[in-house]
Design a protein around this ligand. Structure first.
Ligand SMILES: Cc1cc2nc3c(=O)[nH]c(=O)nc-3n(C[C@H](O)[C@H](O)[C@H](O)COP(=O)(O)OP(=O)(O)OC[C@H]3O[C@@H](n4cnc5c(N)ncnc54)[C@H](O)[C@@H]3O)c2cc1C
Length: 355
């Protein structure tokens, strides 16, 4: 593909974050190109579920209803253009541990803040011949994220808006308001490289706390779970007796290789909330681009205003991505603000030092 000599925006990274930015810029008719290489991506491993409830307090997570509304709107637009279904609403079924948790659920489910997200009465499920209680979280589901990434990359590539090429930071030159990448002139470079930001000399000072996750795909004819069952791990039914089971959180291991330790941990937790024969048909691992305070990293470089970051989606990319990408694009084009909770300005004082 031949590149043009100028674009308003260059996006680095063709995972969920970069693709959502591309989507928003395209809607606004802004010229852009995405650079994406073939390194493993978190988006190609993720189960793609979302859940708007923080289980410890049984209250909605940050801006939950806004996130869900925008998410459903944007993924539906993308499904229409790609002419396929990628998103499915599926209830989350949270297995409750004891009487105390059941009572807490019942109390929280009728509060103004949580009632739109929790069904009030927990129901009985049978695990290993024992009666247990589970509560239903509403407005939950799953986006087939690996498929989303594959199809949207192809869509942009076919339009000449995505190149399968490594972006080399050594070829950036900044001249006042304008910035060049090799021979291409651009107004702004938007970095969305997931955990590979560690290679980016302009943003590698941000306090990422990336987390490895292993996830299994199993086949079981007798599991018969039709909701996203959650207790320490999730069991996600994806059809034809196939389930995704995971995921682990490992802050020490930085490799993308699936680990035996991760697999053993998943299976131990899985067998506590299921009773079935099964076969493992796939095992994958990836690294979530998580931040030190579990909020994304969005905004302008403290010195070079034409270099910006959209990253740190952590374990909630599907949920947070659409609204934050839209707000970020409104900021880029003028007229919008980056929410202070996700703005990288919060990190300037403590983490950034001018070289
Ligand atoms: C096991 C696991 C389970 C998960 N489950 C869920 C879930 O159920 N729900 C959910 O919402 N989220 C989940 N996540 C998190 C989700 O994957 C992330 O929030 C999201 O995908 C991050 O997207 P990203 O685009 O920031 O990063 P990535 O998907 O990693 O994409 C970054 C891209 O940038 C490219 N790149 C980097 N540097 C360069 C360069 N110099 N030149 C060119 N290209 C470059 C990379 O090759 C990659 O394609 C899970 C993650 C893991 C690992």
């Amino acid at each position: 593909m031949s590149l043009k000599s100028s674009y308003d925006y260059i996006i680095v990274g063709g995972g969920l974050a970069g693709l959502l930015l591309g989507w928003e810029l395209k809607k606004r008719n802004k010229p852009f190109v995405i650079f994406s290489n073939d390194q493993p991506a978190s988006s190609s491993v993720a189960a793609g579920t979302w859940n708007p409830i923080a289980f410890r307090q049984m209250i909605p997570t940050w801006r939950a209803q806004e996130m869900i509304d925008k998410m459903l709107e944007v993924y539906s637009e993308i499904e229409t253009v790609l002419d396929t279904q990628l998103l499915k609403m599926i209830d989350v079924e949270k297995v409750l541990a004891n009487e105390q948790e059941i009572d807490f659920w019942k109390t929280q489910a009728v509060t103004d803040i949580s009632k739109d997200f929790l069904k009030s009465e927990p129901h009985v499920i049978n695990i290993k011949g024992e009666e247990r209680y589970a509560g239903i979280v509403k407005q939950t589901g799953r986006l087939d994220l690996p498929e989303f990434v594959t199809l949207l990359r192809k869509y942009f590539a076919d339009l000449g808006l995505l190149v399968n090429e490594d972006f080399d930071y050594n070829n950036i030159s900044i001249k006042g308001e304008a910035v060049n990448y090799k021979d291409i002139q651009t107004d702004k470079i938007l970095f969305a490289e997931g955990t590979y930001t560690s290679n980016n000399p302009y943003f590698n000072w941000l306090p990422f706390k990336s987390t490895k996750g292993d996830v299994l795909t199993i086949k079981s004819a007798d599991l018969k779970v039709d909701k996203i069952r959650k207790k320490n791990i999730f069991i996600l039914p994806i059809g034809n007796d196939v389930y995704k089971v995971g995921a682990t959180y490992d802050w020490g291991d930085k490799s993308w290789e699936p680990s035996e330790k991760g697999k053993a941990e998943i299976l131990e937790k899985f067998e506590k909330i299921s009773d079935c024969t099964y076969e493992i048909i796939d095992h994958k691992a990836g690294i979530r681009p998580a931040s030190h305070d579990r909020r994304p990293f969005i905004g302008e470089h403290p010195k070079h205003k034409n270099l910006l970051i959209f990253n740190g989606l952590g374990s909630k990319g599907v949920f947070l991505g659409p609204l934050l990408a839209q707000e970020f694009c409104s900021f880029l084009i003028g007229g919008g603000e980056i929410h202070p909770e996700v703005s990288i300005i919060r990190c300037f004082k403590k983490y950034w030092k001018e070289a």
